[in-house]
Structures are given as C-alpha cells and as structure tokens.
Ligand binder design. Structure first.
Ligand code: PGA
Length: 506
C-alpha cells in the first residue's frame, strides 16, 4: 500500500470475540478456533495500535498473498467487467449465501469476466472460507479498513468496469440468476460502458449505415427524378418531331405535282393547236393526278388557250422580255403573255442562257415582270457537264438561284416553280439517275429552306428536266423531292406526254 509522504503508517490489530458457555474470549487471526465449533463468534474488534494516517480509497492496493506481488494496476486496468467479492475478514464473513456467490462466480467464468475475492484475512482465513463455501475463485489481499470503505456488507459484491465501480451488492441482495442472465441489468444506469458491443452496433448504424442508406435513397430518388425529367423531355421532343414530320409529310403531299411540256421552237401553229387539242381531250377523258402545263412559242399562245380546258391543262410561254414595254423590236412582254390567257412562263432555261446570253441580272428582271403581271414562273437552273465533273453543280445552281430569284419576298415566292435541268441531260437522251436528281433537288430544297424557312421549302414544287420520258418518269417521280418534270422532246407527242403524266398514277 502506497503511503503518502509524511503520513504515518497506520497499524491495526483485529481480534475476534467468541463465546462459549457464557464465557467470552478474544482470539486473533493466528489462534482463531476454526475447528472448535463450541466457540460461537460474537464480535470482532479493531484496535488501533498506532494513531495516524487512514488510507483513502485511491490508495486501494491488491496483493497476491502467496507471491507478495502487487496486482492493483493489473486488476484495475483490466478491460471489461471484473467482479470483486469483498470480505475484509473471512473468519467473520456471512457464509449463508455462498451458493449464490458461487453461482455468480460460475456465471462470470462462463462469460469471460474476472472474479476475485479481496480480503485482509490470512491464508488460514481464506482456507477456512474455501472449506465452508467450496469457493474456487482466487483471493487477493487488501487492507481490511480499505475494504470496509468499499462496501459495508461482508461479504459484498462489487462490479468493476475497466477499473471503475459500476455496481455494488450487499450479501443479502446479491444479483439473482435472472438478473445475471441479462448482464446489462447489472450495470447501474448512467454508468454504461462507452464501448459496449451493442452500443457500437447502434453507433455504427446511426453514424454510418443510416446515412449511407439515406444517401443511397436520396441518390436513387434524384436519379429517378432526372430519368423522369429526361423521359418527359424525350417524349416532348418526340411529339414535336412527330408533329414536324407529319407537317412536312402533309406539306409534301399537298405540294403541287406538275408535269410541264416545253415545246421549244417546234410545231407550226396548226400542228400546235392539234397537239394541244389532243392533249386536252385525252386528259379530259382521264383526269390527271397532277397539274399539267404546256408551254408553247408565243405565236401559239392565244390559239392554244382557245382549245385548252383551263381547269385541266395550264398554258405557259417559254420566255418573256426583261422590259415592261416599248421599243424592243421582236420582244414579247410579260403583260402580252398574260393577255393571251397563259398563266405560266418558263424563265432561265439553259438554252436561253447559252444561246441568247441571258444573265442572272436579265433573268432577275424577267422574273420580276412576270410575277408583277400575275404569271407563275417555272425557273430553270442546272450545271454543264464540265461543272458536274468538277463537282461544282451545287455551287452553280445556288449562284443561279441567288442571282435571279432569292431576292423575292416570301409572298412572291409562292408563284415560283423550280426546275432543275442538268444541261448535259437536256435533249441528249442521257438522263440523270433518279438518285442524282433526288440528291440535287434535296439540296435545292435545303437552300430554299435556308432562305425562306422549312415550311416554305416544303411547299415549293421542284421539277426535274432532261430526257424525262414515260419509261423513266415513274422512277424519277418516286423520289421524295421530285415533284414532277419539265419535258422537252417527250411533250411533242400527246401519247408520250400522257405517259409521263400517268407516272403520277403509279
Ligand atoms: P428534254 O428537254 O426533255 O428534251 O431533254 C427538257 C427541257 O429542255 O426542258
């Protein structure tokens, strides 16, 4: 036992008063009559041999009685629970509950808890206790007075948790078997150990698992809402593109399909009238599925207008002047064309550009005057063979449109019909393949869309011209951007022309 500096070691002597036949006698630890049961224990007395320092509880010291080794730190530092059976003097300790004590010892052993007896008695006293109680637990030695300050009862039971007293029981109130089976009930409220397993589990659940679950749930909910949002956007986009597609489809279906004949410089007046009559009659007999127009030389216009059923066959000129009126010998104005009953005029034909030097500027004037006079313009564009071989067809066509018609207002544009006629295919018998024609017409529609918007582009009729005949017309007209044909040679025979018109029925 550690004695503070300056303090005097306290010395005690314990005596045990026993009675036999009314006679009292005092024994000490050395001569106590363990084996003589005729002596009845009455009292124990402590005699202070030397007045001085009384040890406080923090000076608690535990010694192995046999080896003299100081076990204090070892026991107090022990992890987990430790039961201490405290009996200052085993000679006088109450042995009536030894069964319960032994039971608690068994329980401690089974659960891996330490269980020690602490006493101030000698080996003899300890041996006596073992004999009468059958105790198997080890006894260590502690100062008797100190033990009495720990618990009044002798014996008494103390439960330590890592060196701290967390519960005490007097020998009359030892924990029952039921309470022992629920070890936590042995621990006083408010003294629960910090690292108890279930506490750890609860803490792990609260600190890690629960937040993790919440995080996962939040993440899933967020992902789900994002998915729903994306889906809604996708559905909206799909509906929009469906609507646009339907609109385009409708526009495409509504777009005028046209087959226009270009007689060029062919047919006398009488021949022309006869041809016009024949075409008119055959279409009257069998209604076409498209608009039909015949474009004739100026001198035929008035007479042909007289033989055509205007509801069935439209009439157009092949050219008009770039001047309104006046001293332009040999020229025919847009107003004059209109006055014959014609509704259309072909402008920008490659033959006019090539042989009569019609520039984009001149054509721009012609288009302006034709529209101003209420004529619909079939505006031609197309590249030469060299230009196609140099892959300049898009560039050439765009420049032709830019130069003469892309200046028009959207309103004026409604009276424009475009005709793509590759020069290398006109009158040569060399038709552009349907794919070549489709590719070019799709390109033309795309530049119209750039200029006037998708809807206007979808409403614009674009024709293909160049060696188009009854035999190749169905294939050409099956392409989505080809809205009909401008027919030269094949428009000079009613049957051939009708054959092309009928391609729209296939
Ligand atoms: P083509 O002529 O059909 O004889 O090739 C077409 C045109 O020049 O319009």
């Amino acid at each position: 036992m550690k004695v503070p500096e300056g303090a005097k070691q306290t010395k005690y002597k314990t005596t045990f008063v026993c009675v036999k036949n009314g006679v009292e006698k005092e024994f000490d630890e050395n001569n106590y009559p363990y084996n003589d049961t005729t002596w009845v224990f009455k009292d124990s007395r402590q005699e202070i041999l030397e007045q001085g320092y009384e040890p406080p509880i923090h000076d608690f010291s535990i010694t192995d009685g046999e080896t003299g080794e100081d076990l204090t730190q070892q026991i107090l530092d022990k992890k987990g629970y430790t039961f201490l059976l405290v009996a200052p003097y085993l000679e006088t300790a109450d042995d009536s509950n030894f069964d319960e004590i032994n039971h608690i010892y068994e329980y401690a052993k089974a659960n891996g808890y330490a269980f020690y007896g602490l006493t101030a008695s000698t080996e003899k006293g300890i041996g006596h206790w073992r004999d009468i109680t059958g105790a198997e637990y080890p006894f260590y030695i502690t100062d008797g007075i100190t033990l009495k300050t720990v618990i009044r009862s002798s014996p008494g039971l103390v439960l330590l948790y890592q060196g701290t007293i967390i519960n005490k029981w007097s020998q009359n109130d030892l924990p029952t078997a039921g309470r022992l089976n629920a070890p936590l009930s042995l621990i006083q409220e408010g003294h629960e150990p910090e690292n108890h397993t279930w506490m750890k589990i609860v803490l792990i659940i609260i600190c890690y698992i629960l937040p993790l679950i919440l995080l996962i749930i939040t993440d899933r909910i967020w992902a789900w809402t994002q998915w729903v949002k994306k889906r809604e956007e996708w559905v909206k986009q799909k509906e929009q593109s469906n609507r646009l597609y339907q609109l385009i489809k409708r526009k495409r279906q509504m777009r005028k399909k046209i087959v226009a004949g270009n007689w060029k410089m062919n047919e006398t007046l009488q021949e022309g009238i006869a041809l016009a009559k024949e075409i008119n009659e055959s279409l009257k007999a069998e209604k076409p599925n498209c608009d039909v127009v015949i474009c004739t030389p100026f001198i035929h216009l008035a007479s042909v207008a007289g033989v055509l059923d205007s509801g069935i066959v439209g009439l157009g000129a092949e050219n008009c002047a770039d001047k309104e009126k006046g001293a332009y010998t040999g020229e025919v104005s847009a107003a004059m064309v209109k006055s014959t009953g014609a509704q259309y005029v072909i402008l920008g034909h490659s033959e006019r550009r090539q042989y009569y030097g019609e520039t984009a500027e001149i054509l721009k004037e012609k288009v302006k005057l034709a529209l101003a006079n209420g004529l619909k313009v079939i505006f031609c564009c197309g590249e030469t063979l060299e230009e196609r071989e140099a892959e300049k067809q898009n560039e050439v066509v765009k420049a032709e449109l830019d130069g003469s018609v892309f200046n028009l207002t959207a309103e004026e544009w409604k009276s424009i019909i475009l005709a793509y006629e590759p020069i290398w295919a006109i009158g040569t018998g060399k038709t552009a393949t349907s794919d070549q024609a489709q590719e070019m017409l799709a390109y033309i529609r795309s530049i119209v869309a750039e200029k006037y918007g998708k809807e206007v582009a979808e409403e614009t009729s674009i024709l293909y011209g160049g060696s188009c005949k009854a035999s190749n017309a169905p294939e050409l007209f099956s392409k989505p951007d080809i809205d009909g044909g401008l027919i030269g040679g094949a428009s000079l025979k009613a049957a051939d022309f009708k054959g092309i018109i009928d391609a729209w029925k296939k």
